[in-house]
Design a protein around this ligand. Structure first.
Ligand code: HEC
Length: 145
């Protein structure tokens, strides 16, 4: 096996998948907005509600939440809850980022969390990649929103 493949394998196995979060600079605002506007449907810890078909939004990647928020607000996600669409349209840019940064930091109940040393087995395979992407380019690129 070539050293490129071996190096690539070592590199892929060393990736730690962290839950992407925002800047952390506006969490007080985010908490207030979340508890006032989102908790009644998504639950006080973002745990969602099975009976109302409300998804869990705790501990989701910040950038994923940003994209969904904008798609819901702008009508791109056409199955969205109408009451929520009207609500999200009233949020300005700062409020949107603050409430989603806060949501991404809400944690699931202890029994639903993976052990701290859990590694995604998908990354144990030997993958072939010609040009490994430098880790800093992959993991630390900041959102362009
Ligand atoms: C009236 C109830 C209600 C309120 C209030 C509400 N939501 Fe939702 N939310 C839903 C429902 C139902 C869905 C799933 C269907 C959909 O996409 O609309 C959802 C979906 C979402 C999603 C997509 C999740 C995913 O996994 O793709 C995000 C993000 C979200 N809500 C954020 C928020 C935020 C942030 C607030 C507060 C500013 C909020 N919601 C307030 C009911 C609500």
């Amino acid at each position: 096996m070539s050293s490129i493949v071996l190096n690539c394998h070592r590199w892929v196995s060393s990736i730690v998948i962290a839950n992407g979060q925002g800047s952390g600079s506006d969490l007080e605002l985010g908490k207030g907005l979340y508890q006032e506007h989102c908790a009644e449907c998504h639950g006080s810890s973002g745990e969602g509600r099975n009976d109302g078909l409300v998804p869990r939004i705790q501990a989701q990647h910040y950038k994923y939440l940003l994209r969904q928020f904008q798609w819901i607000r702008d009508g791109k996600r056409r199955n969205a809850n109408a009451e929520m669409v009207a609500l999200l349209q009233r949020f300005d840019h700062r409020e949107m980022k603050a409430v989603l940064d806060y949501s991404s930091r809400l944690l699931p109940a202890e029994e639903l969390r993976a052990p701290a040393d859990w590694k995604n087995p998908d990354f144990n395979q030997v993958l072939f990649c010609r040009t490994p992407i430098p880790f800093d380019r992959l993991a630390t690129s900041s959102p362009s929103f």
